[in-house]
Design a protein around this ligand. Structure first.
Ligand code: DAH
Length: 335
């Protein structure tokens, strides 16, 4: 085909095709086809050299005119398509700043942990130190060092969760109370001792509204040269007022624990009735002897309280099982 004819065809057909290009990418492909290196226009320019001398000028100008005309159309179509694509991108990336935000789930400290922290704080403000001990304990620290007789009922498998673990001659168990830390701590530290021990403890108890095989205690121990039962009552009374309010009434009732003598329970009058909050007493001389203290030189008191029960009294919770229910509607009430 003659170059002129080709040019004429381009002039007739190309404008409609340019106008129909729907995207910048399509348009660039088309531009390459019409005016690029392999286009008829480029071929026409290359052929100029071999064209007869007298036609060269007109032919050159004709090629140029078509190229200029089509390039102008391509450029103006490009401006239009770029504007369309930019506004489409804006539309699809649009952020609606009026939408409510997504609120991330915020965890809470469990009520029992909150209560334990608060109890520990009350004692820390009276100068006590905090320590924690192992949940897997030897029978020696859990019972023997605390003056439990060999045949004491809580040593029975029916009360205590024994483990088939290690080769301790006396047996290994999940600690039934935080009291073993009394012995562990005194073995490692000289008197005076002012200590609280928060922790998890375990018993072979079926679950009901006031029992769980896993529960929480805070142990306390004060050992010095002249500690009296009056100190015990003063400290625990102060604790009860700090934790349950200045008007709380307490009473001490005689009790028995192997590791204290005399021993007592402290009860408080709350929610219209008396409730036992903790066990306590003066540290038994046999415990001092077991840890290498001289019972003629030191005296002390100890106490152990149930954190779960304290949480229930303080918050009027009637069923212990609510505290171990993973239902967020319950847990979130205690932020
Ligand atoms: N360990 C006892 C229990 O779990 C509670 C207790 C009573 C702890 C008297 C003491 C204490 O330190 O002196 O039932």
């Amino acid at each position: 085909m003659e170059t002129n004819e080709i040019l004429e065809q381009l002039r007739v057909n190309a404008p409609a095709r340019i106008e129909q290009a729907g995207t910048v990418e399509e348009l660039e492909d088309l531009a390459a086809e019409i005016t690029g290196k392999r286009s008829p226009i480029a071929a026409g320019r290359r052929s100029l050299g071999s064209a007869p001398q007298e036609q060269r000028r007109d032919l050159g100008r004709a090629i140029n005119d078509v190229a200029v005309e089509l390039n102008a159309l391509i450029d103006s179509r490009r401006v239009v398509l770029e504007a369309i694509e930019a506004s489409q991108a804006l539309e699809s990336d649009r952020v609606d700043v009026t939408l409510p935000g997504r609120i991330p789930l915020r965890g809470t400290t469990h009520l029992i942990q909150q209560v334990m922290d608060e109890i520990v704080d009350i004692f820390v403000s009276m100068g006590y130190t905090v320590a924690t001990g192992p949940e897997v304990e030897t029978e020696f620290y859990n019972f023997t060092a605390l003056n439990f007789p060999v045949a004491h009922p809580t040593r029975l498998e029916s009360d205590t969760l024994y483990l088939d673990y290690g080769d301790d001659p006396e047996g290994v168990l999940l600690r039934t109370h935080t009291s073993p830390m009394q012995a562990r701590y005194m073995e490692e530290h000289d008197p005076p001792v002012y200590l609280v021990v928060p922790g998890r403890v375990f018993r072979r108890d079926p679950v009901d509204s006031t029992h769980s095989p896993v529960f929480h205690q805070i142990e306390g121990l004060a050992v010095d040269t002249d500690i009296t039962f009056g100190d015990l009552k003063g400290v625990l009374d102060h604790f009860a007022r700090e934790f349950l309010g200045p008007d709380i009434t307490t009473k001490f009732i005689p009790h028995h624990f192997p590791f204290t003598e005399p021993s007592a329970e402290m009860h408080v009058y709350a929610n219209g009735r008396w409730m036992e909050l903790l066990g306590c007493g003066m540290v038994h001389p046999a415990v001092f002897e077991a840890v290498g203290y001289d019972p003629d030189e030191v005296t002390g008191f100890a106490f152990g309280m149930g954190a779960d029960r304290l949480a229930m009294v303080r918050h009027g919770i009637t069923d212990l099982r609510h505290l171990f229910d993973p239902d967020r509607r319950i847990l979130e009430q205690y932020r």
